[in-house]
Write a protein that binds this ligand. Sequence first.
Ligand code: FES
Length: 163
Amino acid sequence: MVEVRIRVNGVTTPLDLQPEVSLLDALREHLGLTGTKKGCDQGACGACTVLVDGTRINSCLALAVQYDGREITTVEGLAAEGLREAFVEHDGFQCGYCTSGQLCSAAGMLAEHAAGAPSAVTEHLAAGPCELSEPEIRERMSGNLCRCGAYNGIVAAIRQVAT
Ligand code: FES
């Protein structure tokens, strides 16, 4: 067992964990924060996305013991002004399983974009950091899959908040 003190949504909780416990399992099974979902459990779907010090990660690929003292934000603590409402307004989900990951990823993506982080979309790079086009959003959100195919609504919701 390893003692870790993970700070989640502003609350620090000491945990005794096996070193192989993922951050996702620590959140869901040890802290009861089940808003973060387990889809593939191998870094392919984005359902488990959380923010670590403001940067989005797949929590299924992270070992909880690596995050001792770090600031984790899950969907339960996400202060994403208008993002949830925009997802509802634009039907940015169907079954909802991917939604918590989509919301965390979108919040992280908007922060990355605001900080001027580059993406692979050359159109955006040519246009400058103020443009958050649909292709740009799709590229930056490509790590989050929606098996219902609600992508148009997701993109519309993010565009509404970004403008
Ligand atoms: Fe982590 Fe799919 S559950 S990426």
